[in-house]
Design a protein around this ligand. Sequence first.
Ligand SMILES: [Zn+2]
Ligand SMILES: [Zn+2]
Length: 163
Amino acid sequence: MQPTIVEPSRSADSNPSTPAITGHCLCGAVTITVAGEHDPRVGACHCRMCQRWSGGLFLCFTADAAAVTVSGKFTRYRSSAFAERAFCPRCGSHLWFNDVEAGGEPRSYELMPGLFDAARAWPLRSEIYVDRAMASLRLAGEHRRKTRAEYEAENAFVDGDIE
Ligand SMILES: [Zn+2]
Ligand SMILES: [Zn+2]
């Protein structure tokens, strides 16, 4: 599963000029605009579910649900009791992951950074399930790292991740 890492809240007042950013899927059918609070850093997850979904490594950045506007048709896949993953049904681009309580609305989105030109310069914030990383995907650099045991000690996980 992915991190739903909530960074210490920054009041909108501290950065009133956060510019809106826009991204789109490969075919252009789905456009996502983030107008407002978002974390301009990327998180990575190497859990087994994310490896299967992404083909290797899941990357995301966090935005408040209130700041996110989606246009175009997308498909949601309920990957666990508490989470959904969305993709473009036309081109297959992955769009986001979010925690969704049964029958509830998402409070935040973990958006795929590759959809957004603005995210190309953003640094890596953190990495989880590092002990599950594929040999081809060991990420260098100074950022927070958590093993599966460390992450699951603090967060719910799903049986689908257990080999
Ligand atoms: Zn994951
Ligand atoms: Zn598409």
